[in-house]
Design a binder for this molecule. Structure first.
Ligand SMILES: [Zn+2]
Length: 70
């Protein structure tokens, strides 16, 4: 498998371009700016998250942490 080269940590995660600046925080892995807080936020940037998700397999998702109330 090949993956896109990881840019220097001075480059923010692309997710920061589509979220409010108030939701941006440092990646837990590399301290890169990433969309960390709020809906859709992750504690890791996409470059740190990808190998973690591969380790989890396809059954674990971040779709929602809220309980479903019907
Ligand atoms: Zn990172």
């Amino acid at each position: 498998m090949t993956s896109a080269p990881r840019p220097p940590i001075s480059e923010p995660d692309p997710s920061t371009f589509t979220c409010s600046g108030g939701l941006v925080g440092p990646c837990c892995g590399c301290q890169r700016k990433t969309h960390k807080y709020g809906s859709g936020g992750l504690p890791l940037c996409q470059w740190c998250m990808t190998p973690v998700q591969e380790g989890w397999g396809s059954t674990v998702r971040f779709t929602s942490t809220r309980p479903k109330v019907l």
